[in-house]
Write a protein that binds this ligand. Structure first.
Ligand SMILES: Nc1nc2c(ncn2[C@@H]2O[C@H](COP(=O)(O)OP(=O)(O)OP(=O)(O)O)[C@@H](O)[C@H]2O)c(=O)[nH]1
Ligand SMILES: [Mg+2]
Length: 274
């Protein structure tokens, strides 16, 4: 039977949720259905199926599948408190998601009152929150900084900030916030160009904050993101205390496919900690 897990992505329309989801997973995910139908409480879901990666090579079989559902809740800006409580809470409680990723773009309208209810629901239910300023160059620097200040003051109500590293602010094991540019940005008027930024740092932040089965599910979600695994290999082996010779040996065995070599080692490291 396939193992199943869920991730929730929320935010207003057109802030860059789908673009971020594709950047995180390292592949284009197709929209599958409108699972809740009315316009205001519509939820879309993306299903990511992949072979189950085990820490034990012998039990690695193609019949062992992992199915990750990414719930995309668009148009949240028009939701009422009741909508948020009813639909977001329901999905949070029912599916016990690996994490909740909230997206707001500096150029768009962020509903901080709703975000407060969402964060409260997550923190109470032990669901990891990642607040992301998406499409960071879309809108001025001032509005980007304001958005981050708002994220910070909301999260600090629940947990003090514990670390500020590589443009990611961490709030214990409960949450983080950061900014990303998920695809190259070009401002024709200013002749400015910016590359992809912040995705690997966001992924590292979530990976190093999750524990146990949630971390295993998360590793499966981002397994195809080759850029992440190859850029962050040293930081990851340090976090999970995996000795370099073991990594080298696994890399040789997997023809330098870093994700294939590293994920079983990470899963092995967290299973021995359990
Ligand atoms: N340069 C740049 N463009 C982005 C980024 N994120 C989103 N965009 C663009 O912004 C537009 C909206 O992005 P989507 O990912 O479709 O936004 P969404 O939140 O999924 O939108 P809805 O599903 O319609 O609510 C698209 O044209 C994207 O290409 C980003 O990080 N950088
Ligand atoms: Mg979308």
């Amino acid at each position: 039977m396939a193992k199943e897990s869920n991730i929730v992505v929320c935010g207003s329309a057109r802030v860059g949720k789908s673009t971020l989801i594709n950047a995180l997973c390292g592949r284009e995910l197709a929209k599958t259905s409108n699972s809740l139908s009315s316009k205001t409480d519509r939820m879309e879901k993306y299903i990511l199926n992949r072979d189950y990666i085990s820490s034990n090579e012998a039990s690695n079989s193609n019949e062992n599948q992992y199915s990750i559902t990414i719930w995309d809740t668009p148009g949240i800006e028009s939701w009422t408190k009741e909508h948020v409580q009813e639909h977001i809470s329901k999905i949070m409680m029912k599916s016990n998601p690996v994490c909740m990723i909230y997206c707001a773009s500096p150029g768009s309208f962020a509903r901080l009152d709703q975000l407060e209810w969402i964060i409260e629901t997550c923190i109470k239910s032990n669901i990891y929150c990642a607040l992301v300023c998406t499409n960071k160059y879309n809108g001025g620097r001032q509005s980007r900084e304001q958005l981050l200040k708002d994220f910070h003051s909301l999260l600090s109500q629940y947990q003090p900030m514990t670390k500020d590293e590589n443009n990611v602010k961490y709030y214990g094991d409960a949450a983080l916030c950061t900014t990303v540019n998920s695809i190259p940005f070009e401002d024709e008027d200013l002749g400015a160009q910016k590359g992809v930024e912040g995705i690997n740092e966001l992924l590292f932040g979530i990976t190093s904050s999750l524990k146990g089965d949630k971390l295993i599910a998360w590793c499966h979600t981002i397994a195809d993101n080759k850029s992440f695994w190859s850029t962050m290999v040293n930081q990851l082996t340090e976090v999970y205390k995996i000795a370099r010779p073991i990594v080298e040996e696994a890399l040789q065995k997997h023809g330098n496919d870093i994700a294939k070599a590293l994920i079983p080692l990470i899963i092995g490291a967290i299973l021995t900690k359990k």
